[in-house]
Design a protein around this ligand. Structure first.
Ligand code: GLP
Length: 244
């Protein structure tokens, strides 16, 4: 477990992109686990800049996104499909057929979730998993609860997540109440995990993840048991850690 603290979100993005670029240079056919939300945007901007500068090639990479809202079509502007197109996929040379995002419109969500887990296994597992963190400590959409859920699954979003994510929608009523998320098992099986957290509003979740009990009440705390997890924080997100 490593923790690195940077001055600001821009530097966090540069650091995360550097580690992802190193992974792709070492293994051009890497399987990347990708995240949505505002936290990874500076990382994606830095990766796009490296691609445009000619030093980063995504043509042999495969990606699996963490999650998607239930009931949103891929072309819905608030879907994570649309987010990824806008912020990364349309701007680098990853092949469309190598990109995977859970299908929030599947008629049988349970079967689709099993198929998503199987596709990750068939691809050889995730080499590097990028994560943000929710205010309540969620990773992907693994919400606080009594258990860590192993596989890809349908999740009822917590009220705090609905509140946090309503900024992306016209109104709170428009935020879907359910999502499909990769489970904690798949995240923990990634060979390396990079968690990005920026801003004072993430400071408590970061403190609980790094210094609280390892508990499903703060799902990101499980990452402390991962053999190669790296937290990339800005000073504001690190501000409640002991010794700071
Ligand atoms: C969303 C996503 C998470 C993300 C988190 C934080 O709900 N499902 O994968 O890490 O919330 O988002 P943000 O980075 O916008 O704060």
């Amino acid at each position: 477990m490593q923790t690195h603290v940077f001055l600001n979100a821009h530097q966090v993005g540069q650091a995360a992109a550097t580690l992802i670029a190193a992974q792709l240079l070492r293994k051009p056919d890497s399987v990347l686990g990708l995240a949505t939300g505002s936290s990874p945007i500076p990382t994606y901007e830095a990766l796009i800049a490296m691609h445009e500068a000619g030093v980063l090639d995504f043509s042999r990479a495969t990606s699996f996104n963490l999650d998607e809202y239930v009931g949103l079509a891929p072309d819905h502007p608030c879907s994570y499909h649309a987010f990824m197109q806008e912020h990364l996929f349309s701007r680098v040379n990853i092949r469309p057929q190598s990109v995977h995002i859970p299908d929030g419109e599947a008629a049988d969500l349970y079967a689709a979730a099993r198929a998503y887990d199987d596709a990750i296994l068939a691809a050889g597992g995730i080499d590097l998993q990028l994560l943000g963190i929710g205010h309540n400590g969620h990773i992907g959409f693994n919400e606080p609860g009594e258990h860590f859920v192993y596989g890809c699954h349908r999740v009822a979003l917590s009220q705090s997540t609905i509140q946090a994510n309503k900024r992306f929608f016209a109104s709170e009523a428009d935020v879907p109440r359910y999502a499909v998320s990769l489970g904690i098992g798949s995240i923990m099986q990634a060979r390396q995990v990079l968690l990005i957290a920026t801003g004072e509003d993430k400071a408590e979740a970061v403190r609980q993840a790094l210094e609280g009990d390892v508990s499903p009440l703060w799902q990101a705390s499980i990452l402390r048991t991962h053999p190669d997890a790296i937290f990339l924080l800005d000073e504001a997100a690190a501000s409640r850690l002991s010794g700071r």
